[in-house]
Every structure is written in structure tokens, then in C-alpha cells.
Write a protein of this length. Structure first.
Length: 232
């Protein structure tokens, strides 16, 4: 049922006969020595090589079937049948590719996300013939379905100037003693303890700010003790 005959043509060489006519002249004389010229037409058959189209039958796959004789299978080239694994007859599905289910003649996409969220730990997104899992910000996808906390501090300290603290799904920066965290949440700015009034230097003596710290000194006539903050 899926094999058909088709007429094809090929050029073949043939011998073509043609007749060539020529005038042939001859002389005749009688007993008295009188002569005259006569003519006659002579024909010659000439054979030349020519070409002509010769028809011959071949067995091919019928319309709606693909392949080569003798292996012809039903075509699955229709709009919805493109996702068929096999067709029982032209453009009628008998089985579907993974991610699709059979609806008599067509294959329809399976929405894997409708069943247990497709196995995804966080978000499942359906697409044609498949699906994919994704994770919220701060988490990485692993094993195609699970979500694992992303340690932002593992790469360049998460952009923090000094200290990076990883937490589930996010991270934060902090600064060492003597510094304050800037409004961008990453940079550390030196605290001027002397102007902020947070130093421990004695009154009426001197406070000197340093990057990340400060030191005290005493007025003339006083000596700074070993604790660095007492003048006597």
C-alpha cells in the first residue's frame, strides 16, 4: 500500500538512418562513335547517432510516505505531528517523543510542572516538550532540580571592602573596628574618633586620628602613661 510506480525518463543513444541522394554522371557511346553524357540519381543510406527520451518505471514511496524502496514509513511532517516518534499512517501519530503525549492524531506537550512541580525545589517553567527548574536570587541550581545557597563571599569577598558574611540566599558586609560601613553596603570608611567624641583621650589633651584608629598625646608638662590614654 505504501509503494507506488513512477515513470521516469532517461536519454539513450539510437542509430538514426537517413537517405542521401546524389547525381551520378556517365558517358555512353554508340557504334558510330557518337557519345553523350547522361545522369542518374543514386541514393545512399547513412546512419548517425542520435538521442531520445526513453521511459522506464521505478518503485517509489507513495505520497504521505518517506524513505526509499523497500523501506517506506508514514510521514510525520504535519504541523502537530512533527513531535511524533512514529506514525501509523501519514500524519497520524502512533507514538510521541519524550515530553509529549498522544491525542489520537497529534502529540500534545506534557506540562511536567503540574505534577509535583516537575520535581523542582523552587520554580518549574514548562516549555514545548520539556521543562526547566530555576532558583531564587542567591541560590544556584544543582542536579537540574535542587537549589543550593550561593556563597557570594567565595568570590572576591562578595565585593566587600573588609569582611563578608554569607547567609542563606544572601550575604552582608561589615567593617573592622575604627571603620563604618558606607551607604552602598560594601565600602568601609575611616571613623574619626577625635571629632566623633568616641575617643578615650583625657580632656584638655590631644587626640590624633589615624586610619582605622587614633592616638592620644599630652600637653607640655604631662607624660602619657603606658595605657595610651592617661596623662600625668
Amino acid at each position: 500500500l505504501n509503494l507506488c510506480y513512477e515513470t521516469r525518463y532517461q536519454k539513450v543513444s539510437v542509430s538514426v538512418a537517413s537517405t542521401v541522394y546524389q547525381q551520378q554522371y556517365y558517358r555512353t557511346c554508340n557504334w558510330w562513335g557518337r557519345c553523350r553524357t547522361r545522369s542518374r540519381t543514386v541514393s545512399t543510406t547513412v546512419y548517425n547517432t542520435g538521442y531520445q527520451n526513453q521511459a522506464y518505471p521505478v518503485i517509489v514511496c507513495c505520497t504521505g510516505y518517506v524513505g526509499y524502496f523497500p523501506y517506506c514509513t508514514p510521514s510525520c511532517s504535519g504541523t502537530c505531528e512533527a513531535n511524533c516518534a512514529t506514525c501509523a499512517s501519514p500524519n497520524v501519530c502512533s507514538s510521541c517523543n519524550p515530553g509529549w503525549y498522544n491525542t489520537t492524531t497529534c502529540c500534545t506537550d506534557i506540562n511536567e510542572c503540574l505534577s509535583y512541580n516537575g520535581g523542582c525545589e523552587y520554580q518549574c517553567t514548562n516549555n514545548q516538550g520539556s521543562y526547566k527548574c530555576s532558583c531564587p536570587t542567591g541560590f544556584n541550581l544543582y542536579d537540574s532540580t535542587g537549589c543550593k545557597d550561593k556563597n557570594e563571599c567565595a568570590s572576591n569577598k562578595g565585593g566587600c571592602d573588609q569582611n563578608c558574611h554569607n547567609t542563606a540566599g544572601t550575604y552582608s558586609c561589615s567593617c573592622n573596628s575604627g571603620y563604618s560601613l558606607a551607604s552602598n553596603g560594601h565600602s568601609c570608611t575611616d571613623i574619626n574618633e577625635c571629632t566623633a567624641g568616641t575617643d578615650s583621650c583625657p580632656d584638655d589633651h590631644y587626640c590624633h586620628n589615624e586610619i582605622g584608629s587614633y592616638n592620644c598625646s599630652c600637653r607640655t608638662g604631662y607624660e602619657l602613661l603606658l595605657n595610651g590614654i592617661t596623662c600625668r
